[in-house]
Design a protein around this ligand. Structure first.
Ligand SMILES: Cc1ncc(COP(=O)(O)O)c(C=O)c1O
Length: 437
């Protein structure tokens, strides 16, 4: 069946809300490590997908799923060692008292549950999020995803505070006399204002929910003092701090297992998703025994598929592979290589206004004018990302203006893979410039 037939069948069978990547959609049929193969046998270097965190179809994950599926798959209402082991091993990966786990299937469900927990245990209803955030798609979580709907439709109980964007936001790196500390303070003041706004509308905060990589803002790495300040402002009003680690978690930023650890702040609740099952749908909420007990007194939570033995086996295999293959160290090492390579690219291509990131998560902010930092048009960015794809490297776009090239490969991405990706980006940007942009 050729790609055009598949496209027309898809148009008939799937709701139009489903989007496809790239000007020329690709029909992928197989994945292996950091490579994807299309129906014509062409291979692509995957610089985009974080869900297959330990590489596409990692044999350990495939084996764990198949073996467990052949034994038994039920739910959390029977005893099973795998789900318990998963809870124990995840709990050991967090500082503080974060050791009580709930298992769900998607990041959306996890954020929905985390919000319910925060509201139940604090007795407050307000929520604080960043402008331009994305946390999922349920009725509740979509409201927390300020990038997804018009500002005038925001509920009264929501405070959307300025994201700490030190490149294009109101307070910029290098512009504050006090340096990073002053910047952190400026953006934290926005959180105070958000909390005060909630109070004016009759709400107290149940929690502040933050994506520790600000992925939907085009990936932000704010000054270290911002998040601890923001968390303590919300806590002073009786709210909790929830770290959404769906993007930043599982070694993505190369420094430590979880994105929030970069900021020396211990959350009250952590949300995990995407990379957790190495391609299998499994997600989690983790909190302290006290918060878990307080929620348990009010709610008898059950999730049919959350924490089933097959999902638990997949998630355990992911933990094993990361530890045994040294993938945190790999993300750190290859991340340094990428940092140098991307800085070199930026020095040669005026279209690159900013490069930000860490480990195996990078954003290349494309601008039409470095001085004003004006983003290139989304259509132009799409042409660039499509050209990179046609050259055999998969990347995406992110940020409010859809102008930030997103690089977020599976964790076994090597220095050689990084070198290849950098070369392709370089060639495509050169060609783009020679055609007049
Ligand atoms: C930061 C963040 N949180 C939550 C979600 C929602 O996860 P899911 O699509 O598994 O529901 C996403 C998805 O892109 C995300 O980026």
């Amino acid at each position: 069946m050729n790609g055009n037939d598949l496209l027309s069948r898809r148009r008939q069978a799937l709701a139009p809300a489903y989007e496809l990547f790239y000007d020329e959609p690709i029909h992928m049929v197989r994945g292996e490590g950091v490579w994807l193969f299309d129906a014509d046998g062409r291979r692509y270097l995957d610089c985009y997908n974080n869900v297959p965190s330990v590489g596409h179809c990692h044999p350990r994950v495939v084996e764990a799923i198949a073996t467990q599926a052949g034994l038994i798959n039920t739910h959390t209402r029977y005893l099973h060692e795998k789900v318990i082991e998963l809870g124990e091993r995840l709990g050991a990966k967090f500082s503080g008292k974060l050791s009580a786990c709930w298992f769900v299937c998607t990041g959306t469900e996890a954020n929905d549950l985390a919000t319910q927990i925060a509201r139940a245990v604090t007795g407050h209803h307000g929520m604080v999020v960043s402008e331009g955030s994305y946390h999922g798609n349920s009725d509740l979580v979509l409201k927390l995803s300020t990038s997804s709907y018009p500002a005038e439709d925001r509920p009264d109980w929501l405070a959307a505070t300025e994201a700490p964007d030190t490149y294009r936001g109101p307070y910029r790196a290098g512009s504050e006399a006090g340096g990073d500390e002053a910047l952190a303070e400026r953006y934290a003041t926005k959180v105070s204002e958000g909390v005060a706004g909630l109070a004016d509308r009759g709400y107290q905060p149940a929690a502040m929910l933050v994506d520790s990589s600000w992925d939907d803002n085009g990936l932000l790495i704010p000054p270290k003092g911002y998040l601890p300040r923001a968390a303590s402002i919300v806590r002073a009003s009786g709210g909790l701090f929830i770290a959404d680690e769906v993007q930043a978690g599982y070694c993505r930023l190369g420094e430590s297992w979880w994105g929030h650890e970069r900021y020396d702040v211990v959350p009250d609740i952590v949300v995990l998703g995407k990379p957790m099952g190495g391609g299998h749908p499994v997600a989690a909420v983790i909190s302290t025994p006290e918060i878990a007990a307080a929620f348990g007194e009010r709610v008898d939570y059950f999730n049919t598929f959350g924490g089933n033995p097959v999902s638990a086996a997949a998630a355990l295999a992911v933990l094993d592979v990361i530890e045994e293959e040294g993938l945190l160290e790999n993300a750190r090492e290859v991340g340094r290589h990428l940092e140098r390579g991307l800085a070199e690219l930026a020095s040669e291509h005026p279209i690159i206004g900013d490069v930000r990131g860490s480990g195996l998560f990078w954003g290349i902010d494309l601008v039409s004018d470095r001085e004003s930092r004006r983003p290139i048009e989304h259509g132009e960015a799409k042409r660039i990302v499509s050209a990179i794809c046609q050259a055999g490297v998969l990347m995406g776009l992110m940020g409010k203006h859809g102008n930030v090239l997103k690089m977020r490969p599976p964790l076994p991405f090597s220095r050689e893979n990084a070198g290849h990706a950098l070369e392709v980006i370089d060639t495509c940007l050169r060609r783009h410039a020679s055609l007049g942009g």
